[in-house]
Design a protein around this ligand. Structure first.
Ligand code: SF4
Ligand code: SF4
Length: 334
């Protein structure tokens, strides 16, 4: 397996790691087989999260007596010290580990949340304490907002950053270079733009041409694991690049990149959240989970849209947002 350095952690991680979202939708037994096959083929980096329902638990089972030095990363959306302390304990228990290699602030989307986490009674204080007591080894952060991650890098508080980067979402290019300057590891989430790319091999090859530490496609079958890992070592061909570009043209106007430029909506509609949950519904095939989260996270639904069009003017990708959120609402509230 081709290994890369995870920034200042010095850890040598497999260029392709294992993203822990899709194993939520397979049985415990299947998840264990899939993860163990990935380990067998040389994967040594697994990423999960507190909010991925039973993902941590399944990974914990798969690693039992089979870890072989696998590097495990998890994350929590907690912003306060107390909540983060509790989440670290839960992750350790679910994963059946005494120490988690990397623990990340999960999906920080605005400066207010980031600043909350930095307060003396904020989540970072809990992460630092857990690091001192040996419950976690390194601290990272995940976000879809590149401008925020640029600030984060300058803070020098984090060993890794995790963000989306793929042929459709190329804004991360600058971030990759800046992270390299700070010697911060780069973990690439959403390598297939949330399942938008059919040709996963070509998309992964395209990403790995760049100076990233590890890319973490989510995989829910042995075939996917074997196929994704088979691309290592073979460069992207002219033909694959041409096919990728054709695919890009088809999906370009459908996929939200979660850049947040459309926010705030005068009606308070959280457009990126709605479109993300719709992606979970449609492309990740987690409809029940997406509907549940929709009920709890979305207090203002697209029914309140006044059709002012401001969001579409601001969206750099020219997405037909009004149509997309209406359709998403129909699915998520059904
Ligand atoms: S709808 Fe457009 S502007 Fe809003 S988050 Fe998605 S890609 Fe960005
Ligand atoms: S068109 Fe609708 S969703 Fe977009 S900014 Fe206006 S009210 Fe908000």
């Amino acid at each position: 397996m081709f290994k890369r350095r995870l920034g200042r952690t010095g850890l040598k991680v497999s260029a392709i790691g294992f993203g822990g979202i899709p194993i939520q939708r397979v049985s415990v037994e299947d998840a264990v087989h899939i993860i163990r096959r990935a380990l067998q083929l040389g994967v040594n980096f697994i990423d999960t999260a507190r909010v991925y329902t039973d993902s941590e638990f399944k990974i914990g089972l798969a690693l039992k007596d089979h870890s072989n030095g696998c590097i495990v990363a998890s994350k929590s959306r907690a912003l306060t010290k107390l909540e983060m302390e509790n989440d670290i304990k839960l992750s350790l228990s679910n994963l059946n580990l005494k120490r988690i290699d990397l623990y990340q602030l999960h999906n920080i989307s605005d400066l207010e949340s980031y600043n909350r986490a930095l307060q003396p009674d904020g989540a970072i204080a809990a992460l630092k304490e857990a690091q001192e007591t040996g419950l976690i080894k390194y601290i990272g952060i995940t976000s879809h907002v590149h401008s925020l991650l640029k600030k984060v890098l300058a803070s020098d508080l984090f060993d890794t950053i995790q963000f989306p980067f793929n042929p459709l979402e190329t804004e991360g290019l600058e971030l990759i270079k800046t992270a390299r300057d700070y010697d911060v590891g780069t973990i690439i989430m959403k390598p297939l733009a949330g399942g938008a790319f059919y040709n996963s091999g070509a998309a992964l090859k395209w990403i790995l041409q760049h100076d990233v530490s590890v890319v973490i496609p989510g995989m829910d079958s042995i075939q996917q694991v074997e196929y994704n890992l088979s691309i290592l070592g073979s460069p992207l061909t002219e033909e694959e690049l041409k096919a990728l570009k054709q695919e890009l043209k088809m999906i370009d106007k459908q996929i939200c990149r979660r850049c947040e430029y459309c926010q705030p909506c005068p009606q308070g509609i959280k457009i990126p959240v709605i479109l993300l949950l719709d992606a979970y519904y449609q492309r990740y095939r987690l409809p029940d989970w997406a509907k549940d989260r929709y009920k709890s996270l979305v207090d203002v639904t697209p029914e309140k849209c006044t059709e002012c069009g401001l969001c579409e003017e601001r969206c750099p990708y020219k997405l037909p947002i009004r149509k997309l959120i209406r359709e998403a609402h129909k699915r998520l509230s059904s």
